[in-house]
Write a protein that binds this ligand. Sequence first.
Ligand code: ZN
Ligand code: ZN
Length: 327
Amino acid sequence: MHAMMLKKAGQALEWTELADRQPGPGEIRVKVGACGVCRTDLHVLDGELPYPKSPIIPGHEIVGRIDALGAGVEGLRMGERVGIPWLGHTCGSCPFCRGGQENLCDLPLFTGYTRDGGFATATIADARYAFPLGEAGSDVALAPLLCAGLIGWRSLVIAGEGQKLGLYGFGASAHIVAQVAKWQERSVFAFTRPGDARTQAFARRLGAVWAGGSDEMPPEPLDAAIIFATVGDLIPLALKAVRKGGRVVCAGIHMSDIPSFPYRLLWEERQLVSVANLTRQDGIDFLRLAPEIGIMTETTPYMLDQANQALADLRAGRFNGAAVLVP
Ligand SMILES: [Zn+2]
Ligand SMILES: [Zn+2]
């Protein structure tokens, strides 16, 4: 097999040949058809997340077909198309796992961060965390659902039922969440980098009722806002944009420091919460709903060995929607 491997944080990924691995008990081997590129991959690349596996094969939006089954795998078959998300393994016995919050597990493994991921021709996964995907839709189109979609979905649920929803940072996640929110008959207000007319037009095309710069106030107070951008300065701006009792959800795994702000921005029962990881139930719920909603992902495909270019383009915001690597 081949992989684009991160040998040391801060360096470019390297095209690497590796021996084919056999899946262990409870594992599957998947021939990768497509793997989305997520902002979290940039944080792994930059060494901004603690205790990564090193060297590591990044990538946690994997779509592929099972080409080897380990002992004891149930409910999956050879040749079946599956999705492998960020949540790669949980302990099943810590208080969080037992309490239905496996996203907060004390001893988790995360795909492409603490276990090898999908910037490769093949990958090994814990079978219990893979989602059967069926045959509708292309591998490339489905890949962004596995993290951008799933984390977006969890963030949307945590944002509550509010009608007026702000989305800060209109990238891969927001472009999926906007379609879900529109389907739920909510109004989406999209906030982009100031002056980014291209992304604002993209947001309007996906049904946003208003799109502007993150330095602007929406035309009316929001019920909730989700921050997908990794910029702590957005938190006081989003708090200012939500109504009394409104909620601001931080969806990213990493964010620059939050500047100090006057207490009155939080006053009147505004809430500030973060979203971490996903549960398998999030995946089941969202992947069942996605075809019903008819979510269309906007993707820019790259060959696997162009992963460094894809990551650079993501960092610079050079495309709409999501980059996807194709082996
Ligand atoms: Zn656990
Ligand atoms: Zn991700």
